[in-house]
Design a protein around this ligand. Structure first.
Ligand SMILES: *[C@@H]1O[C@H](CO)[C@@H](O)[C@H](O)[C@H]1NC(C)=O
Ligand SMILES: *[C@@H]1O[C@H](CO)[C@@H](O)[C@H](O)[C@H]1NC(C)=O
Length: 390
């Protein structure tokens, strides 16, 4: 999810509380020198009436049905290795986990009990984070031992928040963005602490705070993040590197134009690459042009999305960056309403634009937190692997 800065209110990532089950795949494995692979389960919330009624509770500008995928990985917290599943989020920068005081489904993937860990330390600092979908979490910072997946990659005295109050429903969140986007830095002007990617670097597991995101195909049950490396077997053709644009604490990149149904539409705006948002958000003007090109009907909405003829689900929505084009099949964007019609699963926004999962699944993305750069390539969906460190 995109974490709110003081200046912006971003409509994104409504977190639904329900999801289909997927077999947990734990996983921190050492794959190559100075590269750590973190596997995650893709947990899908099916589009059904229950979920649609849940999203109706959204505030007027909160997008609906926009968080249909979670990327759950497991962490082991404390001396007694409390196993907790967290949603991996490139759009925020803090790790928080629910504790015993939280109520609701957020505890479904486990919760933290510092009284059972001999290495837990309350550092007496309040934590509060507000996300762009208007959810928030409040608690207190601790330091404790955090191990990843299979118990390797142990980080001592790692700082994270133990949350007693939250409106997020799916699980705790592992934010892996720039440390200048940590909530207490943004809201209180605190000095950044070493968040997850930086702690891995400081502990010597990786050389650089760089990671590669491979979300896999829309129907896959798992994907992976490589910290400190890239998997060249999963990249089709060249990788191009883009400097960040937009706000200093976000790794935004500029989309030059998109092509849809034969129309090239100039966009020329920064977008945040956010694994915490299922849907992509365009600046209002380009959104309207995309909808027009597809023949969408904005006077007949389906949960705030334009409806469209299902025949629009052919061809691609092609994104042109400086030096590379990423094709997203329109069948990933034009979805069925369930009663014979279709809708365009995109939003327009006057706030920060977002490339969410429906873009990220069709790209191989390397986040370089050291240089504030993003490298983009086309993904090759394969189980083959050839990992090099970065
Ligand atoms: C909708 O999805 C939720 C979450 O997976 C599930 O619990 C519920 O049974 C589903 N409802 C229907 C009508 O399929
Ligand atoms: C859509 O993009 C894919 C992947 O780049 C490409 O193979 C396919 O030919 C494109 N389809 C159209 C209709 O352009």
């Amino acid at each position: 999810m995109v974490q709110l800065s003081l200046q912006t209110l971003l409509p994104i990532a409504l977190c639904l509380s329900s999801f289909a089950s997927a077999a947990p795949v734990d996983g921190l494995t050492k794959r190559a020198p100075k590269v750590l692979g973190l596997d995650f389960d893709v947990v899908k919330a099916p589009l059904n009436e229950t979920l649609l009624s849940l999203v109706k509770r959204g505030t007027p500008n909160s997008p609906l049905i926009n968080k249909l995928y979670y990327y759950i990985t497991y962490l082991l917290l404390g001396s007694n290795k409390q196993k907790i599943g967290v949603d991996i989020d490139t759009g925020s920068s803090d790790l928080w986990v629910p504790n015993s005081q939280t109520s609701g489904t957020v505890k479904e993937y486990g919760y933290y009990d510092p009284s059972k860990s001999t290495t837990a330390k309350d550092i007496h600092k309040l934590f509060k984070i507000n996300y762009g979908d208007k959810t928030s979490s409040t608690g207190e910072f601790y330091t404790d031992t955090v191990s990843l997946g299979d118990g390797s990659g142990k980080l001592s005295n790692f700082q994270f928040a133990s949350i007693s109050l939250t409106s997020v429903s799916q699980s705790g969140i592992l934010g892996i963005g720039l440390n200048t986007l940590e909530a207490n830095v943004v809201y209180n002007g605190d000095v950044p602490y070493n968040n997850f990617p930086l702690a891995l670097k400081n502990a010597g597991y990786i050389d650089n705070a760089i990671y590669s995101l491979y979300l896999n195909t829309p129907d896959a049950t798992g994907g992976s993040i490589l910290f400190g490396g890239k998997d060249v077997a999963k990249i089709d053709g060249p990788l191009i590197t883009l400097q960040h644009s937009g706000e200093y604490n976000r790794l935004d990149i500029t989309v030059d134009s998109v092509t849809v149904a034969g129309n090239q539409i100039t966009v020329s705006a920064p977008f945040n690459l956010d694994s915490g948002s299922t849907v992509s958000y365009f600046p209002t003007d380009s959104f309207n042009q995309i909808v027009d090109s597809l023949g969408g009907d904005t006077s007949n909405l389906f949960y705030k999305r334009p409806t469209v003829a299902c025949s629009a689900a052919t061809g691609n929505l092609s994104f042109t960056f400086h030096g590379i084009t990423i094709d997203v099949p329109l069948s990933d964007i034009v979805l069925e309403t369930g009663d014979g019609g279709c809708f365009i699963n995109l939003f327009g926004t006057d706030e920060e634009a977002i490339l969410g999962d429906n873009f990220l699944r069709r790209a191989y993305v390397i986040y370089n937190l050291e240089n504030s750069e993003i490298s983009l390539g086309k993904p090759k969906y394969t189980t083959a692997s050839s990992i090099v460190s970065l």
